[in-house]
Ligand binder design. Structure first.
Ligand code: ADP
Ligand code: UDP
Length: 243
């Protein structure tokens, strides 16, 4: 089947979604654009699009082998990923192994505090409201997901954590937290969607404690491009041995 890229369906902050000649498939095009703090900070990270496409493609393939299906169909080119077209559920699922970022501010926690078991939080995916933290009551009341769908999303997110923590561990990184998105197929199946990249994860170097993720961009820590390259390189080596 030859896939032809058609018109853009949605132009996001770091990716553009294109229609294709197959109505049920879309292309995610990964850009170098980076934003932080609800898009108040904007910039570019050299080759981020290419590196994120590679990272995400490899992770989705690895998850599929570990019984976590996603929208991923195949990597089409350096910056293009073919995925199943979904209706995105407007609930971001965040899994946290240690305290960092917004939970520290919200709950007055010390950065780096380890949790006895992973904590799952839900946020409303809405840029104009700054993606607020929401409860199950909100999700069910406003019909963003049903109880069964939310249960599936949370269970899947915890499985992803369980599978990816040791992967990062084996390449010298600790998975601190990450954000996932899910969507629904026309038939109503819930699938893991979007991307799993350094843009949506916190990874700390086990040897130095240094951030090796988008926090380098958020907080002007320097060597941003290098961190994306280094983590992608380590992951690619890991997956070349195990995929
Ligand atoms: P944002 O919307 O926050 O600016 P991106 O720049 O990453 O984010 O844009 C990509 C958009 O595509 C996101 O809103 C994401 O929810 C959506 N998306 C991800 N996977 C799919 C999919 N399989 N089908 C349709 N939309 C998707
Ligand atoms: N995250 C994300 N997109 C968002 C919000 C958060 O990818 O819109 C990721 C973020 O990179 C981190 C995790 O989710 O790995 C938890 O983020 P947090 O709630 O701490 O928010 P932040 O500190 O990024 O504002």
């Amino acid at each position: 089947m030859i896939i032809e890229r058609k018109s853009p369906l949605y132009d996001g902050k770091s990716k553009t979604i294109f229609e294709t000649n197959q109505s049920e498939l879309v292309i995610q095009y990964f850009k170098d654009d980076a934003t932080a703090f609800n898009a108040q900070k904007k910039g570019t990270i050299v080759n981020k699009g290419l590196l994120n496409n590679l990272t995400s493609s490899q992770i989705f393939e690895f998850l599929a082998k570990n019984q976590i299906p996603s929208h991923f169909v195949k990597k089409l080119s350096e910056r293009e990923m073919l995925v199943k077209k979904l209706t995105i559920i407007p609930v971001e699922i965040v899994v946290r192994n240690r305290a960092a970022g917004s939970i520290c501010k919200r709950l007055g926690l010390e950065k780096g505090k380890a949790f006895s078991h992973p904590i799952v939080e839900t946020f409303f995916k809405n840029d104009s409201l700054g993606d607020p933290l929401i409860s199950e009551e909100h999700i069910f009341h406003f019909g963003w997901a049903t109880p069964a769908e939310l249960k599936e999303m949370k269970a899947s997110a915890l499985k992803v954590n369980h599978i990816l923590k040791p992967v990062f561990e084996s390449i010298g990184l600790e998975l601190i937290d990450f954000k996932l998105e899910f969507g629904k197929t026309k038939d109503g199946f819930v699938l893991l969607a979007d991307e799993i990249t350094l843009d949506g994860c916190r990874l700390w170097d086990k040897a130095t404690g240094e951030s090796m993720d988008k926090d380098r961009f958020r907080h002007d820590l320097g060597r941003v491009d290098e961190a994306y390259q280094e983590v992608t390189h380590r992951l690619t080596q890991f997956f070349s041995r195990s995929l």
